[in-house]
Design a protein around this ligand. Structure first.
Ligand code: ZN
Length: 378
């Protein structure tokens, strides 16, 4: 199946989260995952037109400037016609003033949300409460590990998983507000006042239906500035995301629950890419032969390496050097160059400029080279 991550602007570390989401989805072996990366914040968005119709699931990892009207309309139409959506963590902060988006995401936080946005939803004594009382929408206390408690353990996304499991260190999203129509809470977590929480059972995993579309909403998976992604490496987050994405795409879940799953008292992490045993040069060689439709894991690996070494300028300069080498080589496929121009231009240094300029002369690469140059200059 085809998945698309929409990203490129965020109040979080989208460069890392989008790569991790792609890795997680591809790792399910159900999805081939692409990315739509928007222009940087404050730039002309008019070209950011997305046709969602080829995709089985669209994963939202975006908080930022308004999409062009065409993209907004395409998105609503896609969901209405049965498209699957995964709402990931901070993407429920986006577009507070776009009613259809808020109906699709069900609940959201920040961005001026308040009682006009819709009720608070929480669980008291096993019953779901809709609370219209006035107040802000969106909060979280200090990051900590917390127990995720199934509310609908028989839902296909949760069926077969333990009913209580420990999420690795994460933000516990609370006080979300939204239309919450056709919304089902699958799991919640107790926001302990000890960590600055609300003292309520706050929804964490949800489903929403909109038209014919199915939406899986996970508030989990905070990706911050550091190189550490405990919340995204948390097995509970990963597995529910994979299962939620499949459910959003098909209405069913065929994935078997993993053998190792966090217990109620101990979180469990799958550090990304620990299973990679090939050397960097082998990865580069495979990347050089990349053609559309082939596994794009080499790009994912490079992105992960970039994210991991993001605060080491020497390493980043080394990766840029490798990218220059690939872009300059006639042995590198056009498809590989296309990906390098689009997905890696945000980290380019000044030495990349002449390489991009040279590629402007290649008719097949000109538009992506222009995109890369625009990114470099902004
Ligand atoms: Zn966060």
């Amino acid at each position: 199946m085809q998945a698309l991550i929409v990203t490129g602007q965020s109040n979080h570390n989208w460069q890392k989260s989008s790569v991790a989401l792609k890795y997680i989805l591809d790792k399910s072996e159900l999805f081939v995952t692409g990315m739509a990366i928007s222009p940087a914040k404050g730039n002309d968005m008019s070209e950011f037109v997305i046709d969602f119709s080829p995709y089985d699931v669209v994963v939202l990892d975006y908080v930022g400037d308004d999409w062009p009207v065409q993209t907004k309309n395409n998105f609503v139409e896609y969901v209405q016609n049965g498209g699957g959506v995964v709402v990931y963590h901070q993407s429920n902060n986006a577009f507070p003033d776009w009613p259809a988006y808020n109906e699709i995401t069900g609940l959201g936080g920040w961005g001026g949300r308040n009682e006009a946005s819709g009720p608070y939803i929480y669980i008291v004594d096993g019953e779901l409460v809709r609370d219209d009382s006035p107040g802000r929408g969106g909060s979280h206390g200090r990051q900590h590990e917390f127990v995720v408690q199934a509310f609908k353990p028989d839902h296909p996304i949760l069926k077969g998983l333990p009913e209580r499991w420990m999420q690795a260190q994460d933000e516990l999203y609370s006080e979300l507000r939204g239309p919450a129509e056709n919304l089902e809470v699958l799991a919640y977590a107790y926001a302990d006042k000890q960590y600055g929480g609300t003292g309520r059972n706050e929804p964490q995993l949800m489903t929403i239906t909109y038209g014919q579309g199915r939406i899986f909403h996970t508030t989990l998976g905070h990706a911050g500035r550091g190189n550490n992604l405990p919340a995204m490496e948390s097995v509970g987050f990963i597995v529910t995301l994979q299962r939620g994405a499949e459910w959003a795409a098909t209405g069913k879940v065929t994935q078997k629950p993993p053998k190792n799953f966090p217990s109620e008292t101990e979180s469990l992490r799958w550090p990304f890419f620990e299973d990679i045993d090939e050397g960097f040069e082998d990865i580069v060689k495979r990347m050089q032969n990349y053609q559309t439709g082939m596994s794009n894991d080499t790009f994912i690996i490079l992105k992960h390496l970039v994210a991991k070494h993001g605060n080491n300028p020497e390493k980043i300069s080394e990766y840029n050097q490798t990218i220059r080498r690939l872009l300059n080589s006639r042995r590198t496929t056009t498809d590989c160059k296309q990906v390098l121009l689009v997905d890696f231009s945000w980290m380019a240094d000044e030495q990349m400029k002449p390489v991009y300029e040279k590629l402007l002369k290649d008719p097949e690469l000109a538009s992506n080279a222009q995109f890369a140059l625009d990114r470099l200059e902004n």
